[in-house]
Design a protein around this ligand. Structure first.
Ligand SMILES: [Fe+2]
Length: 398
């Protein structure tokens, strides 16, 4: 009843006559169990032999290929084949990156502090930035506020219009945050959690205002008022995030909200294959723009896209932004809403989270405005790796 496959089943907007493709459940189960074996090693839940690691890794790759080959073989519709091939391409890219991340992660000493335990259990925790560093962050960020408010007043309401992410801003903010996160234990907690030394990779300043309604439900689905709009998971498992409030945030001005343990309850956590598919949707639409004409960056506004999406077997039919597609008053909507953990707070309140593993949303404004720093972290590269990446980048440029 609460399974994610029910999201699209009884919805008129998603009803098409097209044949639904089928998936071999044994393949899906095998892929998911191999992936979960490697994930368990990564999460330090289990000791696994090198042989088992190697065979799970190989099987993940070969079953991934087989599943998509089998799907393609069931149709002669060229556009549908293109859709499936696009999903396979992005899904495989993510799979490769994720498995490598799992395999190369190190075992650092286990921590036993409250925040680390929360991160392990719920994939997020909250805190406050120190007074001194908050002052520094505000000094830099507030200089941009008049410009952002001016743009907002002039009707520029796209998300990109109301975001500052230039290089010098990034550099200054990242420097402060690396010091702050070192001192307050965030970097240490992430290091033990991910098995990599982590650093702040970048920060963007974002203003959210009531007339900026990009997060609202796509008009074609007629669910503008559902309680789950914009609820999503992030595509990559390798990039933890932080959101820091630079204005006081109440219920009415876009609090960041987490929905702990919901992914488990609706069958997503243990279905990494579906999660890989869900993470490709946005890119699939972007590289096939002519075929999938959509509005407001929302793939499901395209009828062609919905049609193809509904051809997917229901066990893997998932969008990682599924919050937009949930029916008002449905059981699954009620379940998700009942689990919400809303982060209210004064300037300086922050959350650290693994956005791949916990359902979340933010920035839905009814009143006033919200100013936040959107921060991404990543694994720290060794000097050698850093130089290698630089050379590789320049080589490809030529
Ligand atoms: Fe997110």
């Amino acid at each position: 009843m609460y399974h994610f496959s029910n999201i699209y089943k009884k919805n008129k907007k998603y009803r098409f006559n097209a044949n639904q493709l089928s998936i071999n459940n044994k393949d899906l189960d095998k892929f998911n169990s191999c992936f979960n074996i490697l994930k368990a090693k990564f999460q330090k839940k289990k000791e696994i032999s090198n042989f088992k690691i190697k065979s799970s890794f190989d099987q993940c790759n070969s079953i991934h290929k087989k599943i998509f080959n089998d799907l393609v073989e069931q149709t002669s519709d060229k556009t549908l084949i293109k859709f499936l091939k696009s999903i396979e391409f992005f899904s495989y890219k993510n799979l490769e990156e994720t498995l490598n991340f799992f395999l190369k992660s190190k075992q650092f000493k286990a921590l036993n502090n409250k925040n680390y335990n929360l991160l392990k259990k719920n994939f997020y925790y909250k805190g406050y930035i120190s007074k001194k560093n908050l002052e520094l962050l505000l000094n830099i960020s507030n200089k941009y506020l008049p410009e952002l408010l001016r743009k907002a007043k002039a009707g520029k309401t796209r998300r990109s219009d109301l975001t500052i992410s230039d290089l010098s801003f990034n550099k200054k903010i990242s420097k402060i945050l690396n010091l702050e996160f070192k001192k307050n234990g965030v970097l240490n907690n992430l290091k033990s959690f991910f098995g990599y030394e982590m650093i702040v990779a970048g920060a963007a300043l974002e203003l959210s205002i009531p007339s900026s309604v990009w997060w609202k439900k796509n008009s074609s689905s007629n669910m503008a008022k559902n309680l789950t709009s914009y609820i999503h998971t992030d595509e990559s498992l390798t990039v933890p995030k932080s959101i820091i409030y630079l204005s006081d945030v109440k219920l009415s001005n876009g609090p960041l909200t987490f929905y702990p343990n919901v992914l488990k309850k609706i069958g997503i956590e243990n279905n990494p294959f579906a999660k890989l598919v869900g993470g490709t949707i946005h890119n699939v639409v972007l590289i096939n723009k002519k075929l999938y004409k959509h509005k407001d960056q929302q793939p499901m506004t395209s009828r062609n896209f919905r049609n193809h999406f509904m051809c997917l077997p229901e066990d893997i039919r998932l969008s990682n932004h599924f919050g937009w597609d949930i029916k008002r008053n449905s059981k699954i909507e009620k379940l998700i809403d009942s689990k919400k953990d809303i982060m209210l707070g004064k300037k300086g309140r922050f959350a650290i989270f693994d956005g791949y593993s916990v359902l979340h949303r933010g920035g839905i404004i009814n009143d006033n405005y919200r100013l936040v720093l959107q921060v991404t972290l990543r694994k720290k590269l060794s000097k050698l790796n850093f130089l290698y990446n630089l050379v590789k980048k320049n080589f490809y440029k030529k």
